[in-house]
Each structure stands twice: as C-alpha cells, then as structure tokens.
Design a binder for this molecule. Structure first.
Ligand code: DX5
Ligand code: ZN
Length: 226
C-alpha cells in the first residue's frame, strides 16, 4: 500500500491586498506547497486582478514555488516577463492559444513547467495531441475570472477522463483543480485523480487559514497498489 501525496496551492487572489505580506508569510508558514497566482487581463476573463509587478513583489517573500495561471489573451507576449517575475509553473488557457504546441515549447524553453487550463465547457479530449508535452493540466471547476464561486460537479468526471487518458502517455502529469475547492469536494477530487488543489476563498476567508490549509493537505485517500 502506498499513500498518494497531493499539493495545495492557495490562490493569492483571495488574499488581503492591503496586508499582502502577512498573507504571504501565512502561506510560507503553512503546509501549502505552491502559491497560485491569478493574472487576469479583463479581456479573456471579465475581471482584472493584478499584474507582474505585484507578482514580483510576492516572489520576493514567497518561499514556495509560484504557480502562475494566465487568464489573458495572447499569453506568448508575456511568457518571458512572467518567468522574470518569478514563475516556476506557467499555465496558459487552451481557449487563448492559437498555436498551443508552440506556446508550451516556449514555456519549457524558459525553464518553467508548462500547464494548460481548460474552461468548464472545454472537453479534456482536446488535449490528446499535446498531453505528452504537458507538466500540468488545470481543470477549471468554475468559470474563470472570480474567486468565491460555486464548484461545478462535472469536474469529477473530467478528472477521471483526463487521468485515464494520461496513463501510459504522461504518467507524471499533474492534474490541478481550480475554483470552489473546499474540504467538501477535495476528497472526491483526489479519488478521481487530482494532484493539485487550488483554494482561494476557502483558505483566506477562513477563521484559521493555517488550519484550513492543513485540513486540505491532511486528506489521505490511501491508494492501494498491488
Ligand atoms: C478563478 C481563479 C481561481 C480563484 C479560485 O478565475 O483562477 O484561482 O482564485 O478561488 P476560489 O478558491 O475562491 O474559487
Ligand atoms: Zn487560478
């Protein structure tokens, strides 16, 4: 029997921007594995979050990798800037990339891990021909643009389908879930095959954020291996 480990990535979008340093230190001191950084342009999604100068400020104090989720059109224009601002993982949206294979190669060329995010309406089957080139797939479990939305249950089936597709093609693929993640759905997501749980409002709006991160990290699904 082996225990499958999973990663927790608190989304800074839900932090208190007036006390960002405090929230960065909270994540540093928590059981979290990554910082999830949501960059929005007001075009690909109907909201604007923060840009690379803020991300750079976060990187200065963060002691854990920055997992950057680019919700922007034409992400190729910003890959170098994103890397320079401290990204270790760069995730672009399938729906925003005309030449996705080229974009993924450019991310890897920079020395970053390459991820693709899928909106809730985008089938995982569309990733078949780039699956071997990916480090991570981010399945959006809400429509991107805002924190604090309700989890879309169809995500469970998408995780299972993607995990099955990845067997023998990309056994190291990380499947990340982003949007509405709480302890109410985390166990089922991990059972379905998820590896990385992003959580914004569930962590930062909690009375005890450290304990809340720990409660997500401590889920043990005890995968049986023969
Ligand atoms: C949504 C962002 C998410 C968001 C998650 O567009 O990509 O990362 O911060 O926030 P919660 O966990 O509050 O749904
Ligand atoms: Zn995100």
């Amino acid at each position: 029997m082996s225990t499958k480990s999973h990663l927790i990535a608190p989304s800074v979008l839900a932090a208190d921007f007036a006390h960002l340093h405090d929230d960065i230190m909270m994540v540093n001191n928590s059981k979290a594995d990554w910082f999830h950084i949501d960059i929005m342009d007001g075009v690909f999604v109907p909201n604007i979050s923060f840009g690379f100068p803020v991300m750079q400020a976060i990187a200065k104090y963060a002691t854990k990798p920055l997992d950057v989720h680019l919700m922007i059109v034409d992400p190729d224009r910003y890959l170098q800037t994103c890397k320079d601002a401290g990204a270790e993982v760069i995730t672009v949206h399938y729906e925003a990339c005309t030449h996705l294979h080229r974009t993924l190669a450019a991310i890897k060329e920079l020395g970053c891990k390459a991820g693709v995010a899928l909106n809730p309406h985008t089938p995982v089957s569309l990733l078949k021909d780039v699956l071997a080139d990916l480090d991570l797939v981010c399945l959006m479990s809400v429509n991107p643009g805002f924190g604090g939305q309700k989890f879309i249950p169809n995500t469970y089936a998408k995780v299972q389908e993607l995990r099955a597709m990845a067997i023998g093609v990309n056994d190291n693929l990380l499947i990340e879930i982003d949007g509405g993640v709480t302890t109410a759905n985390a166990t089922q997501l991990l059972h379905a095959g998820a590896d990385v749980l992003v959580a914004g409002s569930f962590v930062f709006n909690a009375d005890d954020p450290l304990q809340t991160v720990q409660s997500l990290k401590d889920i043990d699904i005890n995968v049986q291996t023969l």
